[in-house]
Design a binder for this molecule. Structure first.
Ligand SMILES: Cc1cc2nc3c(=O)[nH]c(=O)nc-3n(C[C@H](O)[C@H](O)[C@H](O)COP(=O)(O)OP(=O)(O)OC[C@H]3O[C@@H](n4cnc5c(N)ncnc54)[C@H](O)[C@@H]3O)c2cc1C
Length: 434
């Protein structure tokens, strides 16, 4: 006899686990399956777990602002214990440098005004008062180390920034996912690890379950692809790629950890910073380190890879990112022993996720998270649960898309924004910034 469930969730990353939690709360008997040995051991564990509200689109901004409140009130949201304790959200705020590249944040500020998101305009003095190790010479445009002029400042300066107080980071993304697993289990959700899905079963023109690599089957009327960088492979198994206008593929990323410069404790006094002038973002990291990620400048070649066959060692890219950040923090020491993370984004064509049904009834997807959806996991889980209810009740989401109320900020969004069949969204930054 094959095992059965009401819904199978392929992938136990942060969004997979949040979807399991939300669906279990609604009474679905969920079964989450992951090929890894524990929840959040895939790309989620490599996440910088930055929580921020500035997105290029109004809907992206609303979704992220909604997401902020679940991290701020994490224990209340989970309402469940975890023997390992809860992940900690550090409410540091986020400073975004105003540059020509981001149009001096004109659109972002308009979105924040529309959504009543708090922000402060900072001048050079305020920036260096908060970050005394910062030198605000401009280095735009970002360059490769072998380009002439790499590391040489231009004549301009970064003169302004916008500080968003409703932002910060989560200290341990894997633990946050484990917290969600425990919260889902408290509502009857089940998790199966070390098991790889190798086939999507179908019957009568709809999804009917999955087959595992060991040949065993699990039957369920709902199957959800939340497989991160393996999303396109799982969609191919289900045969649902043909009607999608937006595709997804794995992109390799390196994240740098460097010690704070002498005299400044970045772990204690640092904040999240997005700095398009040097194409880096950063946040405090434990051990008085600074974590530095890339904002994907055009000069850096994008490394599209296979989700299971890519170089997990640091490369020259690590040094490039560290040197770019040292332009802003001249006293930064760059150690010879490289520390940080190598992992994958699952990138969609417009760097906006797909939260949708598929051409196959009963088969859904929460994919293409493009390096920027950790923060949205709780609300993405709620959206997926509502979308599945909507579609399983016989509504045609492709024709008349779900209108979904963001409960914390009290705003209605059109879930069709995340459609697999949308036009490429030209408002996007086409980068990790979303
Ligand atoms: C380096 C890096 C930095 C990031 N920084 C941020 C940030 O600061 N802020 C932010 O908001 N977002 C960030 N993100 C993005 C964020 O981490 C992801 O959007 C999020 O973790 C995706 O979660 P997920 O649940 O979709 O899946 P993932 O964590 O991608 O997990 C997918 C799971 O599916 C499983 N799986 C795949 N195929 C199969 C199969 N055939 N059978 C069974 N299981 C399978 C895998 O084992 C994996 O555990 C970052 C991502 C990376 C890589």
């Amino acid at each position: 006899m094959a095992r059965t469930a009401d819904a199978i969730i392929i992938g136990a990353g942060i969004i997979g686990a949040a979807t399991a939690f939300e669906m279990a709360k609604q009474g679905y008997q969920t079964l989450s399956i992951d090929k890894n040995p524990a929840a959040g051991y895939g790309p989620t564990s490599g996440s910088c777990a930055i929580i921020r509200v500035h997105y290029s689109t109004l809907q992206g901004t609303a979704f992220a602002y909604e997401g902020y409140f679940y991290w701020r009130d994490w224990a209340e949201y989970l309402a469940a214990n975890d023997e390992r304790g809860h992940a900690i959200y550090h409410d540091t705020g986020c400073l975004v440098m105003c540059t020509e590249h981001n149009h001096y944040l004109r659109n972002h500020i308009a979105h924040c005004d529309a959504l009543e998101i708090p922000y402060e305009l900072w001048d050079e003095q305020q920036i260096t008062k908060r970050l005394p190790v910062y030198d605000l010479k401009s280095y735009w445009p970002p360059k490769r180390p072998d380009d002439a002029g790499f590391g040489e400042a231009g004549s301009g300066r970064v003169k302004k920034g916008v500080f968003f107080p409703t932002a910060g980071y989560v200290n341990d993304p894997q633990l946050a996912t484990h917290n969600l697993q425990r919260a889902a289990e408290a509502h009857g959700g089940e998790f199966l690890f070390n098991q790889r899905v190798s086939e999507i079963l179908q019957q009568g023109g709809r999804a009917s379950g999955i087959r595992l690599e060991d040949g065993s089957e699990v039957h369920a009327p709902v199957v959800i692809n939340i497989a991160g960088p393996a999303s396109a492979k799982i969609n191919r198994m289900a045969g649902v790629l043909a009607d999608m206008t937006i595709s997804t593929r794995p992109l390799r990323q390196e994240v740098v950890h460097v010690p704070s410069p002498a005299g400044f404790n970045f772990e204690k006094d640092g904040i999240v910073v997005s700095d398009s002038d040097i194409a880096c973002y950063c946040r405090p990291e434990s051990g008085n380190h600074i974590l530095v990620g890339s904002e994907d400048p055009e000069c850096d070649e994008r490394e599209w890879v296979d989700d299971e066959d890519y170089d997990r060692e640091f490369t020259e890219q690590w040094t490039t990112q560290a040197c770019r950040y040292a332009q802003r923090v001249p006293q930064l020491g760059i150690p010879s022993r490289k520390r940080g993370v190598v992992d994958l984004y699952d990138v969609s064509d417009d760097w906006i996720p797909i939260y949708d049904r598929s051409a196959l009834d009963g088969f859904y997807m929460a994919i293409g998270t493009s390096g920027n959806q950790f923060k949205n996991a709780p609300i993405a889980g709620k959206l997926m649960a509502a979308l599945i209810d909507y579609c399983e009740a016989g509504n045609d989401h492709d024709r008349e898309s779900l209108k979904f109320r963001l409960p914390r900020i009290g705003r209605e969004i059109d879930a069709g924004f995340y459609s697999r069949k949308r036009e490429i969204n030209r408002e996007s930054s086409f980068s990790v910034l979303g």
